[in-house]
Design a protein around this ligand. Structure first.
Ligand code: DOR
Ligand code: ZN
Length: 349
């Protein structure tokens, strides 16, 4: 039995840092485990220009602890009025690594998102020409679409069309939660990939709704039924490299204070950053796929994003590790993913 696992230092290809004191409080958790992270732009106001992203990047860099090497990779928040020239310039100057499309009102701070997907096709055309990665929150938000069906509906209504219209556009289908998404990504060209969160590998929707409402298991897209969770696990840990390389690590770590989760209108988002690698490696261990963990965590993402893999390594060890029920943040508390549970792996460094 393997008791320690050493892999190239991973990257987190999807997370939320917020801004200000919360950002300064959460960045060290990510910088401890990951070399780089794709930083979501859903601030208030959203990060819609290269100038805003440049300043935000500096604020994040200033929050990285002394002696720790960590690079934030910035994204542009797409709106109905995105300036494609500014986006292209920002990408050429190395400020933007990708652009993020939220359908308007799909999730936290997405009110300025895209209301008419085909309306921003000219921006996608430019992104395709400039080879800028498009990250997509794939949920239809119409009131008549059941919350559990929103991802599958998005594929049929929008994603298939985008992929067909822009065959050379690199697309990351973010935080996928369904077997429909797995099948879409598997069937797509090498330009289509997906991130998978730790929570969607660990829980199905019962974890949110059985035995009382569990706000700390609530995020968007919501966890789905068990068959979907199993499809995500099979994809992430697949022994077929042609399948496995299309899926990579993206925690969607989304900090909300305990009080904002345990509320009559609890926020969507799970704070996965502090024990992210322990959480993921547990899944690979359970699936007897520890030998495939490095590809998922450290190789597939950089390959898709056309970035170098990291040269440093990190080590995880098999040992019982209690996860704190809560962590201090900005004078209040936040519940981390797995808070109060025991994990069987520990991040050594
Ligand atoms: O649960 C989520 N929280 N899903 C998202 O898409 C956004 C995120 C957040 O920003 O809190
Ligand atoms: Zn997210």
């Amino acid at each position: 039995m393997v008791d320690t696992l050493t892999i190239r230092r991973p990257d987190d290809w999807h997370l939320h840092f917020r801004d200000g004191d919360i950002m300064r409080g959460v960045v060290p958790y990510t910088a401890r485990q990951f070399a780089r992270a794709i930083v979501m732009p859903n601030l208030t106001p959203p990060v819609t220009s290269a100038a805003m992203a440049r300043e935000y990047r500096e604020r994040i860099r200033a929050a990285v602890p002394q002696g720790v090497s960590f690079e934030p990779l910035m994204t542009c928040y797409l709106t109905d009025t995105t300036d494609a020239d500014d986006l292209a310039r920002g990408a050429a100057e190395g400020v933007f690594t990708a652009a993020k499309m939220y359908p308007a009102n799909a999730t936290t701070n997405s009110a300025s998102g895209v209301t008419d997907v085909e309306g921003i096709y000219p921006v996608f055309e430019r992104m395709e020409a400039e080879d800028i990665v498009l990250c997509i929150h794939g949920e239809v938000v119409d009131a008549d679409i059941d919350v559990f069906d929103r991802e599958a509906e998005f594929i049929d209504r929008y994603l298939a069309g985008i992929a067909q219209t822009f065959p050379n556009l690199r697309i990351v289908f973010e935080h996928i939660t369904t077997s429909d998404a797995v099948e879409f990504v598997k069937a797509g060209s090498e330009k289509i990939a997906a991130t998978i969160t730790p929570q969607h590998l660990h829980i199905n929707r019962n974890a949110m709704l059985v035995g009382g409402i569990q706000p700390h298991n609530y995020c968007l897209p919501v966890a789905k039924r068990e068959s979907h969770r199993l499809a995500l696990r099979a994809a992430a840990t697949s022994a077929d490299p042609a399948i496995a390389r299309k899926f990579f690590l993206g925690t969607d770590s989304a900090p909300h204070l305990r009080g904002d989760k345990e509320s009559e209108c609890g926020c969507a988002g799970i704070f996965g950053a502090p024990y992210a690698l322990e959480s993921y490696v547990t899944v690979f261990d359970e699936e007897e796929a520890l030998d495939r963990f490095e590809a998922f965590a450290s190789l597939n993402g950089p390959t898709f994003y056309k970035l170098p893999v990291n040269e440093e390594t990190v080590t995880l060890e098999r040992v019982a590790m209690p996860v704190p029920a809560e962590l201090p943040l900005v004078g209040e508390t936040i519940v981390p993913w797995h808070g109060g549970q025991m994990l069987g792996w520990r991040f050594v460094g």
